[in-house]
Design a protein around this ligand. Structure first.
Ligand SMILES: [Zn+2]
Length: 271
């Protein structure tokens, strides 16, 4: 499933090809995504210019001035930039065509993705309006995390994965960040000191930044590629490493279940 770093890498990959370009058409081959693609999408988008290419949580936002095209990659979606036409493969559901002959092609085998139009401010869309702060933004800081977690007995791992608190910290990145911060995933969120909250925020940022960098380095150019930024598998410190030695203290990495998800941690480094 594309996580925040993959979506951010996708944003950076497509931006140079579509920013400032005029949309000349839209081809919808299959409108049955997670929500139906708007019937009049082509008519609504034709002639509009892409003024900004933003990301909010795992949503890509193509700001077209008087409205925004919202794209979510769901479980299996990917975007490619093509120069001109190319043979359509199965699951290539949507093309957005631009005046520089580029086309943005959405492929989504499981069709849990979304392509939606929101007039006015995209943050007012029901999918976006209740989202928590961005993990790479200024609002996510130690003070915020400390304040938000007071009185909460939920384990910090699950607290960190709650989108109303902070968006885009998926299972892999939560495990990795807690290791970097030296915090046991079962620690009650409300018991973290201000210092540990600050350390955790920095760890979340460092983990996501490393993944974005890894994705960016595996995919320099979005043109005519698979459009699938790589995960940072080689860099994983604890995730999916149960039984393997900790890279810091050599104790075997352990796994536990939390909220139907696997957590990975080092019993030596994380308290
Ligand atoms: Zn360790």
């Amino acid at each position: 499933m594309p996580e925040l770093p993959e979506v951010e890498t996708t944003r950076r990959g497509i931006e140079p090809h579509i920013l400032g370009r005029k949309i000349t058409g839209v081809i919808v081959r299959d409108a049955r995504l997670r929500w139906p693609v708007p019937k009049r999408l082509a008519a609504m988008l034709a002639g509009k210019t892409v003024k900004r290419v933003r990301r909010r949580a795992k949503y890509l936002l193509l700001d077209c001035g008087d409205g925004t095209l919202i794209i979510h990659l769901g479980m299996s979606g990917s975007l490619r930039v093509l120069n001109g036409d190319e043979p359509v493969r199965p699951h290539d559901h949507i093309d957005v065509l631009f005046d520089n002959n580029a086309r943005l092609r959405l492929r989504d085998p499981r069709r849990f993705g979304a392509v939606l139009w929101q007039p006015g401010e995209p943050e007012r869309h029901k999918l976006l309006e209740h989202l928590g702060v961005e993990p790479l933004g200024d609002e996510f800081n130690g003070e915020y995390l400390h304040r938000a977690s007071r009185g909460r007995s939920v384990p910090i791992k699950q607290f960190l994965m709650n989108h109303a608190v902070v968006v885009g910290v998926g299972n892999i990145y939560a495990s990795e960040a807690l290791f970097r911060a030296g915090i046991h995933p079962r620690t009650a969120a409300g018991r973290l000191s201000p210092e540990r909250c600050e350390r955790l925020v920095q760890a979340v940022r460092a983990t996501l930044d490393a993944a974005i960098l890894a994705g960016g380095s595996t995919l320099r150019d979005f043109v005519n590629t698979e459009g699938k930024p790589g995960y940072f598998q080689d860099q994983r410190l604890v995730y999916d490493r149960a039984g393997e030695p900790c890279r810091v203290c050599a104790k075997p990495i352990r796994t536990i279940r939390q909220g139907q998800r696997s957590s990975f941690y080092c019993p030596g480094c994380q308290k």
